[in-house]
Design a protein around this ligand. Structure first.
Ligand code: SF4
Length: 197
């Protein structure tokens, strides 16, 4: 059942933080912060399925893709086609900085498109809104393997216990779920309990 396939967007959450993935995907927790609202804002012009043409390039926006092999599904922001080559494209609000979570999401979408079309996709692009840069991501065998591994781990984690908070203050301070997750409070409580043993 495709409804039970892992959504591509949650693969991004998984790589960011396993606990965030669990809170969102398994427990259905959602909370806005400035990063979420900004992300929604920059998607306002590309949030409907449509087909555009720019020169020799046909751009299909908001394409639903899935892989029966990997059991993942979701929407890719755009699939560009030029000279017979398909290029998946994601739009992100942040700055270009080799974000592995974004690479996994894009690579998983490419694998879905390959499965649906039977065509080979060697690379995709991520447009980073904060510095208006477009990063080309090569779908190397290593990235494909790491992406498939992340999908498997995320699918398994969804049936397990909630992971502990990560040790990454910067990520936690940017995380919209911080007030639900309470990472610093959980860690302080655990440290206190340990000291009582
Ligand atoms: S606050 Fe930190 S530990 Fe909690 S979900 Fe967010 S990133 Fe993960």
């Amino acid at each position: 059942m495709i409804e039970n396939y892992l959504p591509l967007a949650y693969l991004n959450a998984w790589e960011y933080c396993a606990r965030r993935f669990y809170l969102e995907y398994v427990l259905g927790e959602m909370e806005d912060n400035e990063h979420i609202i900004l992300g929604r804002h920059i998607h306002r012009n590309i949030n409907e399925e449509s087909i555009l043409t720019e020169g020799d390039t046909v751009i299909r926006q908001q394409q639903w893709v899935w892989s029966d092999q990997l059991k993942v599904a979701g929407i890719i922001d755009a699939v560009e086609e030029c000279n017979g080559q398909l290029v998946p494209v994601e739009y992100k609000k942040g700055k270009m900085a080799q974000h592995l979570n974004d690479h996994f999401q894009l690579c998983a979408a490419a694998i879905c498109i390959e499965e649906r079309t039977g065509r080979s996709i060697p690379y995709g692009d991520i447009f980073y809104h904060a510095n208006r840069r477009r990063e080309t991501v090569a779908f190397t065998p290593q990235l494909r393997q790491a992406t498939e591994q992340a999908i498997l781990l995320a699918q398994n984690a969804a049936t397990g216990a909630m992971p502990s908070p990560i040790n990454n203050t910067k990520k936690c301070q940017s995380c919209s779920l911080q007030r639900i997750c309470l990472p610093f409070e959980v860690k302080a409580l655990r440290a206190h309990n340990q000291s009582q043993i």
